[in-house]
Design a protein around this ligand. Sequence first.
Ligand code: APR
Ligand code: PHB
Length: 394
Amino acid sequence: MDHRTQVAIIGAGPAGLLLAHKLRRAGVDCLVIERRDRDYVEGRVRAGVLEQVTVDLLAELGLDQRLRREGLVHGGTRLSADGQSFRIDFAAATGGRTVMVYGQQEVMKDLFDAAPDHDVSIVFNAEDVALSDLDTDRPVVRWRKDDQTHTLRCDYVAGCDGYHGVSRASIPATVLRTFEKVYPFGWLGIIAEAPPVDHELIYANHRRGFALASMRSPTRSRYYVQCPIADRVEDWSDDRFYDELAIRLGDDSRNLVRGPSIEKSIAPLRSFVAEPMRWGRLFLAGDAAHIVPPTGAKGLNLAASDVVILARGLIDACLRDDTVALDHYSDQALRRVWKAERFSWWFTSLTHRFPDTSDLDRRLQIAELDYLRQSAAAQAVLAENYVGLPLEAR
Ligand code: APR
Ligand code: PHB
């Protein structure tokens, strides 16, 4: 079967669906091609802290009704060193800026639910997706579904298919430069039907390793402990998990309610950037181009800021035949990506125990946390990065 559209979007994760909603709202034709089904995409548990840029994008797309009702505004966070914590007030340090706690799964549900009304079309269960003619002005996307072969001719391809997708792999190795760091530990995370230990997040540096107390709602907690990457979920009963979490949270664990876990998984930590984020008429956005370790919850937010920048370029190109903004996409997006990579790497380095952490390294971490506790200037640096750096004007 033959199809035709202006922008082919590969992947229906946050990057692909946000882009599709944004393009359709501006009157640009697009089609989303997704390898899996909706339940799979929506079911993946990821972070849950939205920057203002992301909240603004959802509002502009008319997708913020539930977010306004159910999202939790957080004006600060706690940092803890060996069981004793202090608060950083984002709002005071940044002139009133805050973040919104709202799970990525909820964002995905809102994006999928609104798709039919917003004229966003998604092909699910597309097999063997392949891109070709990307360095011509008539790129082609092919896939198989129900034993039929489909061919989609388009003007541009948006590669929003995540770290393992086909888009980045379609760029010749001679063009692409990649930068990568794999961290020597994982995050073991649970979701529990129990009220969170505090009303804001707690990032804990303990000599036994990192812990994070987060939440999804006033009755649902999200907790993580740093663990060896070789550990398996079966090694960690709920009791063992909570015992370790309580030690690492120290004083802040007094109100810990040990609800049974309803989800438990181990995630690796990686910093990764691919440059450039464009080849011919293919443009990468989100995890297809970059990965951050989850400390600071920048993954989804970076996907959203890529989409804001890319959509401007695609809309100008498709509706006005003006490619100036599109030609700046990769450079502009990468400037923001690298700053978020830096922040996520720094926050990870400050709060985790590395296998080669020496006594000196450990004292330096504690000194830096103490400096953060005392210095308004240091707090402002953390806060302005945490709530999200402003988007460059076009
Ligand atoms: N063809 C079509 N779709 C594909 C292909 C392919 N070859 N490969 C992967 N996909 C789909 C995946 O099934 C997934 O639904 O692309 C989507 C990519 O979604 P994400 O991995 O979530 O990436 P992105 O949209 O960039 O979101 C970035 O969300 O998932 C988090 O950790 C991530 O927070 C980060 C943010
Ligand atoms: C989460 O709630 O899952 C979460 C919150 C903050 C992070 C990472 C994950 O930095």
